[in-house]
Design a protein around this ligand. Structure first.
Ligand SMILES: *Cc1c(COP(=O)(O)O)cnc(C)c1O
Length: 403
């Protein structure tokens, strides 16, 4: 006799495979359909207004909702244990959606002083044009965050780990601060993925992912997602999808659904390989510094252990020869691609020039500028360790960094 079981929600690896995916009720197709239709034959008159979309609204037009995109939204929602999710055209579309949907002229936001350069420039250039004031601070320091808060602060924003120096922010500490001040906390968790960290469980209100990175995982589809309460996500969907049109293509959603199925396996391999590569580089005479949250020498290793169940494959390292290694890398690498982006199955490396970042994106002055230079020197190689055999990754690095 079969024993009656308490219903239990499926575990993470199972959600990655099955979440949001059910056999097609008409054909029985076991894998998700790719629905490219832009419009849908409806059975009743449906309103055109973004204000009228609710859970019962049927599919009408793919800018409002699409069955394949909805399957990905469900999978991600289950993974982050969020009430709701909206997928958008890119990680930047997702970040922009949070700020431009939830803030208005006269509002203030406190944001990480270093992060993905696109976000840094959105905060410094775009938002002020709409009357939204932004204070970039070191979000790894809750006191600095508290000092920067004002009565009109509506949103606190951090990226953890943060591009490119892997600086971590303590999500629980920031969530406590945000609650106390009655503002929202948003977290760009792209480097961590839901396998490492679940910001909503730690008290954040919103999580953003660039799906282009680990979640898609194969470097072949750009996408983004915002997750949070149904109320916040409805507002964001109405503004950024329906009004601003930043929708994710169903084809990309279908690619990302397939990628997400193997996320736990890939993250395990990324972490294992990163550990091998980080330890190799750390002991290398031509390398000055390795920043990987999994290393005991990482300045915030304790926080990493508390907040990350997986240290991911992202690291940065300073080599004595610095920028002069770029050309030999482009010339001599056999496995690693000298390319931007990250979180793909293949290893990617890129020189993050301190002078350029400080001028073009971060524009730090005084103490923060000095602190950044102290960590990054003239620049760092950002290394996204892939899932190849780590010996081949090390062989490539050995071909160029010398000793
Ligand atoms: C890549 C990235 C983004 C932007 O994502 P796109 O999909 O390229 O628009 C935002 N935040 C972080 C941390 C990223 O790595």
């Amino acid at each position: 006799m079969t024993k009656p079981m308490e219903p239990r929600s499926p575990r993470t690896a199972t959600v990655c495979v099955h979440g949001g995916e059910k056999p097609d009720p008409v054909t029985g197709a076991s894998s998700p359909n790719l629905v490219m239709s832009s419009s849908y034959a409806v059975r009743e008159q449906v309103s055109f207004s973004a204000c009228d979309i609710d859970d019962d609204t049927p599919f009408v037009y793919s800018r409002w909702g699409n069955p394949t995109v909805a399957q990905l939204e469900t999978k991600l929602r289950l993974l982050e244990r969020a009430e709701d999710c909206v997928c958008l055209a890119s990680g930047m579309a997702a970040t922009g959606a949070v700020f431009l949907s939830l803030l208005s002229s006269g509002d203030h936001a406190v944001v990480s002083e270093i992060n993905y350069p696109g976000s840094a420039e959105l905060f410094r250039d775009t938002l002020p044009r709409f009357g939204i004031e932004v204070s970039p601070v070191d979000t790894s320091d809750p006191d600095a965050v508290e000092t920067a808060m004002r009565p009109n602060t509506r949103l606190l924003w951090c990226e953890t780990p943060a591009n490119p120096i892997m600086r971590l922010s303590d999500i629980s500490a920031l969530a406590a601060l945000a609650r106390e001040r009655g503002c929202l906390l948003g977290v760009d968790s792209t480097f961590a993925t839901p396998i490492a960290t679940r910001p909503l469980d730690l008290g954040a209100d919103l999580v953003v992912h660039s799906l282009t990175k680990y979640i898609g995982g194969h470097g072949d589809a750009i996408g983004g997602a915002v997750l949070g309460s149904h109320q916040l996500i409805s507002r964001i969907r109405g503004e950024s999808a329906v009004h601003q049109g930043a929708v994710l293509s169903p084809f990309n959603a279908w690619m990302i659904l397939r990628g997400a199925a193997t996320l736990p396996l890939r993250m395990r391999a990324h972490q294992e390989n990163a550990a091998v590569v980080a330890r190799h580089l750390e002991g290398h005479p031509a390398v000055e510094r390795v920043l990987w949250p999994g290393l005991a020498s990482f300045p915030q290793h304790d926080l990493a252990r508390r907040q990350m169940d997986n240290f991911s494959g992202m690291m940065a390292f300073a080599a004595k020869a610095g920028r002069s290694l770029v050309e030999p890398m482009i010339e001599h690498f056999e496995t690693i691609h000298y390319a931007v982006s990250l979180g793909h199955h293949r290893t990617l490396i890129y020189w993050m020039d301190t002078g350029e970042l400080l001028e073009s994106s971060y524009r730090l002055q005084g103490g923060p500028r000095a602190r950044y230079r102290e960590t990054a020197g003239a620049g760092l190689f950002r290394l996204s360790v892939g899932i190849e055999d780590p010996r081949d990754i090390i062989d490539d690095l050995e071909r160029v960094i010398g000793g």
